[in-house]
Write a protein that binds this ligand. Structure first.
Ligand SMILES: Cc1cc2nc3c(=O)[nH]c(=O)nc-3n(C[C@H](O)[C@H](O)[C@H](O)COP(=O)(O)OP(=O)(O)OC[C@H]3O[C@@H](n4cnc5c(N)ncnc54)[C@H](O)[C@@H]3O)c2cc1C
Length: 361
C-alpha cells in the first residue's frame, strides 16, 4: 500500500486525502489549526458554486462533476451543505465572460438561461438593470456552507481511514511517506517562494440584513466590476463582496476586522444593484485571503528536486466549489492514470485567465 502525507486540511487537502483513502492509500492528513478554520480560504461561511468559467472548459467540467459529488456527500451524511438557489451573472456586454460561458455551458449540456433585464428583475425583490445587456442564469448552481462542507470532507475521510493529526509540518520535517502533498493554501508560498507565482491577497466580505423576501434568491457575480455575493442564506444576511484589493497579508497574524474602504465599496454596490438594500445595516463581515496565482489557474505539480513532493494550491478565489472533483484529479495523477495539466505547472505564469472576476489585483 502506498503512503501519503497531505499537509493542510482545507478543501484541497481534505478532498485529496479522502479520495486517496477511498482508493486504498495509507493517508495521514495534518492540520495546524482546525479543519475549516476561519483563517483558511475554506473556512468562509458561504461560497458560490457555479459552472460558468468563460471559455475555459476544464473548470466548467470539473465544477459540474464536483456538484454531483457535493450533493452525494450531503445525501450520504444527512448534513446540509448546499442551497440550490442558482447563480446569476450580470452581463454588461453581449460578448463578455457571460456570453463565452453560455457557449461552453450549452455545448456541455449544462442548464443555463439567457435572461433579458426585464426577466432578470423577477429573480430578486429589488434589482437595478439599467446598465445590463442580459443576465446569464445557472439554475443548477448554488451556495455552499463552506466551513461545514470542509469539516464534513475531513470527517468522511476519517471514516474512510484517513489519520488526522494536529500540528504544523514544514519541509524541514521531511515527512516520511511515499508521497507528500503540500496543500497549504495561503501558507504555501512561505515554504516554496521560488517555485510559485502567487500573492496572498486580502478580501473583505459583508453581510447585509435582508428580510424574508431575499430568502432563496440566487447568488450573483458582476464579473466586469468585480462584485459577487448572494441573497439571504441561513440567517447570515445577504452577502456583498468587492473582489479587489491591493493589500497582501500574513494569514497567521492579520487582525480580521474589515476596512472602511471595502465597506464603502460594498454599500455603494448595494445601492447601485439592489436598491432596497442601500440602507440595510451590516450584520456581519469576514476578512479572508486569496492565494492568487498570476493567471488564476490552480497549481498542481511536482517539486523539481523532490519527486515525491507535490505542491497543490493557488485556488485564486475560485477553488472551493471544485473540492471533491479536484481530489479525484489529483488522485488520478498520483495513481499514474493521467498527467497533471500544463496550466497547473509550478513557476511563472503569464496572462490572466480571469477565472473569478475581472479583478486582477
Ligand atoms: C473571501 C473569499 C471568497 C471566496 N469565494 C469563493 C467562491 O464563491 N467560490 C469558490 O469556489 N471559491 C471561493 N473562494 C476560494 C476558495 O475558498 C479557496 O480557493 C479554497 O478554499 C482554498 O482551499 P485550500 O485547501 O487550497 O486552502 P485553505 O482553505 O487555505 O486551506 C489550507 C489549510 O492548510 C493548513 N496549513 C497550512 N500550512 C500548514 C502546515 N505547514 N502544516 C499544517 N497545516 C497547514 C491551513 O491551516 C489551512 O487549514 C473564496 C475565497 C475567499 C478568501
Amino acid at each position: 500500500m502506498s503512503s501519503v502525507t497531505v499537509v493542510g486540511a482545507g478543501v484541497f487537502g481534505a478532498s485529496t486525502a479522502r479520495e486517496l483513502a477511498r482508493r486504498g492509500w495509507d493517508v495521514t492528513l495534518v492540520e495546524q489549526y482546525t479543519p475549516g478554520t476561519v483563517l483558511s480560504g475554506s473556512g468562509g461561511d458561504t461560497r458560490l458554486s457555479r459552472t460558468a468559467h468563460g471559455g475555459v472548459e476544464w473548470y466548467t467540467n470539473l465544477s459540474w462533476r464536483a456538484r454531483t459529488l457535493w450533493l452525494e456527500l450531503q445525501q450520504q451524511t444527512g448534513t446540509r451543505i448546499w442551497e440550490p438557489v442558482g447563480v446569476a451573472w450580470f452581463a454588461r456586454r453581449p460578448d463578455g465572460f457571460e456570453a463565452q460561458s453560455r457557449e461552453v455551458l450549452e455545448r456541455a449540456g449544462i442548464p443555463c438561461d439567457w435572461l433579458s433585464p426585464d426577466e432578470a428583475r423577477k429573480l430578486y425583490p429589488s434589482l437595478a438593470t439599467d446598465d445590463l445587456e442580459a443576465v446569464l442564469f445557472e439554475p443548477e448552481a448554488g451556495v455552499m456552507y463552506a466551513r461545514r462542507a470542509t469539516q464534513l470532507l475531513v470527517e468522511d475521510g476519517v471514516r474512510e481511514g484517513v489519520r488526522l493529526k494536529g500540528g504544523r509540518v514544514t519541509p524541514g520535517d521531511d515527512p516520511r511517506s511515499d508521497i507528500v502533498v503540500w496543500a497549504c493554501g495561503s501558507w504555501l508560498p512561505q515554504f516554496f517562494p521560488e517555485l510559485l507565482d502567487m500573492r496572498i491577497s486580502r478580501r473583505d466580505v459583508f453581510f447585509f440584513a435582508a428580510d424574508s423576501t431575499w430568502s432563496g434568491t440566487p447568488g450573483f457575480c458582476d464579473y466586469d466590476v468585480a462584485f459577487y455575493g448572494h441573497g439571504e442564506i441561513a440567517g447570515l444576511g445577504s452577502k456583498i463582496a468587492p473582489d479587489f484589493s491591493h493589500y497582501e497579508l500574513d494569514p497567521d497574524t492579520v487582525e480580521r476586522l474589515p476596512l472602511p474602504e471595502f465597506e464603502r465599496a460594498a454599500r455603494d454596490y448595494a445601492a447601485l444593484r439592489f436598491p432596497a438594500l442601500a440602507d440595510a445595516p451590516i450584520v456581519g463581515s469576514r476578512v479572508c485571503q486569496y492565494d492568487l496565482t498570476g493567471d488564476t489557474h490552480f497549481v498542481f505539480g511536482q517539486h523539481p528536486e523532490r519527486e515525491s513532493w507535490w505542491l497543490l494550491g493557488g485556488g485564486s478565489g475560485h477553488g472551493f466549489k471544485h473540492g471533491p472533483a479536484l481530489g479525484e484529479y489529483v488522485a488520478d495523477c498520483l495513481d499514474g492514470r493521467c498527467a497533471a495539466e500544463s496550466f497547473h505547472a509550478l513557476g511563472a505564469r503569464t496572462g490572466d485567465a480571469g477565472l473569478r472576476t475581472a479583478a486582477i489585483d
